[in-house]
Design a binder for this molecule. Structure first.
Ligand code: TRP
Length: 358
């Protein structure tokens, strides 16, 4: 039996370099290994937790499927599908929620972040104090609302994974807590019903650490909401311009000086996209105080374009091929539903809601 790989991305906009280096590139590599049964999907139900405009959501799903295919995911080798095409997922989500605590969900970092944003609470980076979120949510003083879908985001994600009995879930560092919850829910279900049913999935990083792709604005990770992204479909000129504008400092003044965060970030990006001798060259230049950030950025932009430009061109071709996209997603949904419906009926049986009159 082949090990099962599964992962997904929320369709909140065009994919950026962080999505690619942190997730999509790994998906493609795992597919190419040829030793896994792999499932890659678009998490459109998860996208609903932030209440997107319906037409925008629709366009994003189409665009990301095209980007998946353009980056090298192959419907003959992997199951590529849209989450909402698998109705077994929302049903199992309802069932699994019966074993999930609202407290543990409220303590999830991603939830606290988003809830604070929705409630307009300013983020306090120092203290790990949950009481502000809890008080605002349970208290009846404010008319602001945090939707229940956002709270149960981890249940839905656990279901995506458990319904296919995935062994490996290649995700970035920010998703590790969700993966940990998935394992906990699996163990809890198994022990509550006294069955060895669900597997505990693991992250997968080809032996390395999960990558955190930095943005161009000097600090933090690349993210759409951060506005510091390079998109896979950026045109050459626009991309070069973005890279040239990346934040730097005035340069090292003494040999082997430690790097400030913005410079460290540029080197992190360079290591991710450039050849080792290129990285070596600029590292030596930095250490000898001979570095010219302009040269580094030029090189970085060209090495990023080597990756993104071909993906951009293929995305443009595929994006408008309705017939092809429909074919891929229809086949993907059928394949994804095969195992999902088996899991769902087994879980119904285990939980005691199989109709007794049949
Ligand atoms: N939460 C993931 C993200 O924001 C997307 C996701 C949803 C996912 N369901 C998943 C990832 C299942 C891996 C497996 O990126």
């Amino acid at each position: 039996m082949k090990k099962i790989v599964l992962s997904g991305i929320r369709p909140t906009g065009q994919l950026h370099l962080g999505n690619y280096l942190g997730a999509l590139q790994k998906f493609v590599r795992m597919q190419q290994e040829g030793i896994y049964d792999s499932f890659f999907f678009i998490a459109d139900l998860h996208a609903l937790t932030t209440q997107p405009d319906p037409a925008v959501l629709h366009a994003n799903v189409r665009h990301i499927v095209a980007e998946y295919l353009a980056a090298g995911l192959d419907p003959e080798k992997s199951t590529i599908f849209v989450q909402s095409d698998v109705p077994e997922i929302p049903e199992l989500y309802l069932l699994l929620n019966m074993h999930v605590g609202i407290g543990e969900l409220m303590r999830t970092a991603a939830f606290k972040d988003k809830a604070r944003k929705q409630l307009g609470i300013t983020v306090n980076k120092e203290g790990d104090d949950d009481s502000d979120v809890a008080r605002e949510i349970i208290g009846n003083e404010s008319n602001k609302r945090v939707n229940a879908g956002l709270l149960t985001y981890p249940t839905l994600m656990a279901v995506d994974i458990l319904i296919q009995h995935a062994d490996f879930v290649p995700v970035g560092k920010d998703q590790e807590q969700h993966l940990e919850l998935t394992r906990r829910f699996a163990r809890r279900f198994n022990s509550f019903y006294g069955v060895e049913y669900f597997k505990e999935p693991e992250n997968f990083n080809f032996g390395g650490k999960p990558v955190k792709v930095p943005g161009l604005d000097g600090s933090g990770k690349m993210g759409k909401s951060e506005g510091n992204c390079i998109y896979l479909v950026d045109e050459d000129k626009a991309l070069r311009k973005k890279v040239m504008r990346a934040v730097t400092d005035s340069g090292p003044t003494e040999p082997n000086q430690p790097m400030a965060e913005p410079i460290e970030n540029l080197f992190t990006l360079l290591k991710l996209v450039s050849a080792p001798d290129v990285v070596e060259h600029f590292t030596t230049a930095y250490n000898n105080c001979e570095i010219r950030y302009g040269d580094l950025k030029k090189q970085l932009a060209e090495d990023i374009l080597k990756i993104t430009a071909p993906i951009r061109e293929r995305t443009r071709e595929i994006e408008n091929d309705d017939e092809y996209l429909a074919r891929v997603l229809k086949q993907g949904a059928e394949q994804a539903r095969e195992r999902a419906s088996k899991t769902l009926s087994e879980v119904r049986q285990i939980m005691g809601i199989t109709p007794f009159w049949k």
